[in-house]
Design a protein around this ligand. Structure first.
Ligand SMILES: C[S@@+](CC[C@H](N)C(=O)[O-])C[C@H]1O[C@@H](n2cnc3c(N)ncnc32)[C@H](O)[C@@H]1O
Length: 369
């Protein structure tokens, strides 16, 4: 099944030619961490987890679909933030308006960091702009990257997938959004896409080798994958991080949360090895310094640093850590706030010059194997 997000509302579609969906896609999914869904018990989910597409009478199928659609739309509220209720595993970050604003700010920040490029993989423009070009954006969020790609490559078809229906109603005609869990079996045909992109999927993906194997299968020979993510450990080249740093401590807690969720934050360091193992060629890491605050000399990086600082001070820390701190580590929100208050003081301090790594790994599926 695919649930297509049309006009901001998720609607069901048959696996379609556009997305290259195979027929008979597995509909069942299991909410492995159901116990965490404490705010709204997921009775629909339990029902869904025991059923499959096979043997469904039409009326059963439509009630199954409505239960999935209502689940996708409902979300789970934790400590005043909304989290997705659809998907095999719990995702650590919210999907509410505030998070959508943060995602859009992140997009502009990364665009500037990459000198106005939407990706760095050396993909020839004409490969992405034939009437046959297809691009997949994993965990598309607000769909801002997918829509910018659709504008830049008007002959390509862009598909953005996410477990949450957080994409806008008005989109370029060559851009569609679908509700899919990228950790499940992908519903796309073999050798279908020219480019598969995934950005900032922290605490979203547990099994990168499986994701890469599916990407390999779904890419055309000569097609490219690019994964990108911040690795949120504070670094400094001038030893300006104070002893007993609250910022470092908040990073340590975030790493601990993600590790316990089974989605370690340093996963990007393994992408290149995993891409080689999956059969990709032309594998390349590109690691950028993403400054915190307007301390760099370069005007461009000063702006990037200011955006990073605003993002973090305006709820970024909480977006990353609140669910995990309370539900995974069992901590109290007020204790997290105490650490974050300390961390935010350092983030504002112009004498502290930190950065995090923005990790990009790209690779190509070989023409012949
Ligand atoms: C931090 S946001 C990044 C959004 C977008 N990639 C960007 O860079 O603007 C991560 C997104 O991944 C989505 N997500 C999390 N787990 C997912 C999964 N298993 N399958 C598909 N999307 C997922 C979330 O709902 C969220 O929209």
């Amino acid at each position: 099944m695919q649930v297509q997000n049309v006009g901001g509302a998720a609607v069901a579609t048959a696996s379609g030619a556009d997305s290259g969906g195979d027929s008979g896609v597995d509909d069942d999914y299991d909410q492995e961490n159901d116990a965490h869904h404490v705010i709204q018990p997921q009775t629909d989910t339990e029902e869904a987890s025991t059923d499959t597409d096979e043997g469904y009478a039409d009326s059963d199928a439509s009630s199954f679909l409505s239960s999935i659609l209502s689940e996708v739309r409902r979300g789970i509220e934790i400590e005043g933030r909304l989290y997705p209720s659809y998907g095999k595993h719990d995702y650590g970050m919210p999907i509410d308006e505030k998070e959508m604003d943060r995602n859009d700010l992140q997009h502009h920040k990364y665009h500037l960091l990459l000198k106005d490029r939407l990706f760095v993989a050396p993909i020839p423009d004409d490969q992405l702009n034939t009437g046959n070009s297809r691009i997949l954006d994993l965990g598309t969020g607000t769909g801002i990257w997918a829509m910018d790609m659709a504008d830049k490559y008007p002959s390509a078809q862009i598909v953005g997938v996410d477990i949450a229906a957080t994409q806008p109603p008005f989109v370029p005609p060559n851009c569609t959004f679908e509700i899919e869990d990228v950790e499940e079996d992908w519903p796309y045909r073999n050798a279908h896409f020219d480019f598969i992109h995934g950005r900032d999927l922290m605490t979203a993906v547990r099994d990168w080798p499986r994701l890469l194997a599916q990407a390999y299968t779904c890419l055309k020979p000569g097609g490219w994958i690019q994964l990108c993510s911040t690795i949120p450990g504070a670094l400094s080249d001038d030893a300006s991080i104070p002893a007993n740093s609250g910022y470092v401590e908040s990073g340590r807690l975030y790493f601990e949360i993600a590790e316990k969720m089974g989605a370690p934050l340093d996963a990007p360091r393994n992408w290149a090895t995993q891409m080689h193992a999956a059969g990709f060629t032309n594998v390349q890491d590109e690691v950028h310094k993403l400054p915190m605050g307007p301390w760099p000399r370069s005007k461009r990086l000063r702006t990037v640093g200011r955006m990073e600082q605003i993002m973090i001070l305006d709820g970024g820390f909480e977006a990353y850590m609140l669910r995990g701190y309370t539900q995974v580590l069992g901590g109290r929100p007020e204790d997290l706030q105490a650490t974050l208050t300390h961390a935010k003081r350092e983030v504002r301090d112009p004498s502290i010059h930190t950065y995090v790594q923005y990790w990009i790994t790209y690779a190509m599926k070989p023409f012949e194997k």
